[in-house]
Design a protein around this ligand. Structure first.
Ligand SMILES: [Zn+2]
Length: 215
């Protein structure tokens, strides 16, 4: 399941996409990450890394970055110094409501994730990581989709998504990211499909991070 790929298209920004950062998520995220091809990047570099299975510790828990996997993520960030950092996650259907809950900030200390389409959610990375390892102008985001493996869809039935459809949307966003060179280009491209969601992301970022940009 461990997977590494470096796409080098010369000068430009450095992007780092990391999947499977905890638990068994890597079994699902690799299905999208493996489908990103060299032709999806026009300029700059893209480093893709999918982690092996590890103990599940939430990335919102500061202990995560003391764990073996957390330290590995920090090493990757320190080594490549990406200007764009994307964490790809997956969730069990029963966590859906919790992730998009408007009260998430009171409950978990972070803004809710925003649904783009078909159960694919977008948001910022762990505040600990955002503020300690990146510059303000860097692009940092989390993408979530329903897990493909071991995702018994019996609850809540009406929120169950077709996993292939979710995966297609997830991959579409990853390809937009792989081919974006800065924040404004990225926002313009995503706004074309999801204008309302980008507005909401800006709003949450302003409330939560103050001067920090939405992703
Ligand atoms: Zn996760």
């Amino acid at each position: 399941m461990s997977f590494f790929k470096l796409i080098d298209k010369g000068p430009g920004i450095k992007r780092l996409f990391v999947g499977g950062v905890h638990g068994k998520e890597g079994f699902s995220t690799i299905k999208a990450l493996k489908r990103i091809q060299s032709s999806d990047v026009e300029t700059g570099r893209l480093i893709i890394y999918n982690c092996d299975q590890s103990k599940y510790i939430s990335t919102l828990d500061s202990n995560y970055y003391q764990s073996k996997m957390g330290k590995e993520i920090l090493r990757l960030i320190n080594y490549y110094q990406p200007e764009m950092y994307v964490e790809t996650h997956c969730y069990h259907h029963k966590s859906y409501e919790k992730l998009i809950d408007p009260q998430r900030e009171e409950i978990s200390g972070v803004p809710p994730l925003i649904e783009l389409e078909k159960g694919v959610l977008i948001g910022s990375v762990s505040p600990y990581l955002r503020t300690s390892s990146f510059k303000r102008e860097d692009v940092c985001l989390t993408l979530e989709m329903p897990c493909i493996t071991n995702n018994d869809c019996s609850y809540p039935e009406n929120k169950c998504q077709n996993p292939e459809e979710s995966l297609d949307i997830y991959l579409k966003i990853l390809k937009i990211l792989a081919d974006s060179n800065n924040r404004s280009e990225l926002e313009t491209k995503i706004s074309k499909y999801y204008p309302q969601q980008v507005k909401t992301a800006r709003h949450y970022a302003r409330e939560f991070f103050g001067e920090y940009p939405p992703f």
